[in-house]
Design a protein around this ligand. Structure first.
Ligand SMILES: [Zn+2]
Length: 94
């Protein structure tokens, strides 16, 4: 039985989603599958640990306003993929 999550009122299997690490202005800088490891990554806190293993790193994240967001594959394509391709609005604004 797949673990289901609610995103924008839509129930989707967690395994079909992506965790995205984004800067304060929403620019995606990393992404991982929730089912990457032995345990499902089910919370933003767990996702953050994939990038920031230590408390010190997480404090730096907090100061920078780093975000860890769960996106559906559809959302990933529109919100995160342009960032990885260097074609997003965030970079144009910077
Ligand atoms: Zn971006």
């Amino acid at each position: 039985m797949d673990l289901m999550v609610q995103i924008d009122g839509q129930a989707v299997p967690l395994a079909d989603c992506f965790w995205v690490r984004a800067t304060a202005n929403g620019c995606a800088v990393g992404s991982i599958r929730p089912d990457l490891g032995d345990d499902l990554i089910a919370t933003p806190q767990q996702a953050q640990r994939e990038w920031s293993a230590t408390k010190r790193q997480r404090e730096v994240d907090a100061r920078r306003g780093m975000q860890h967001l769960l996106l559906t594959h559809e959302q990933w394509k529109t919100q995160a993929e342009p960032c990885f391709r260097g074609q997003c609005q965030h970079r144009k604004a910077a």
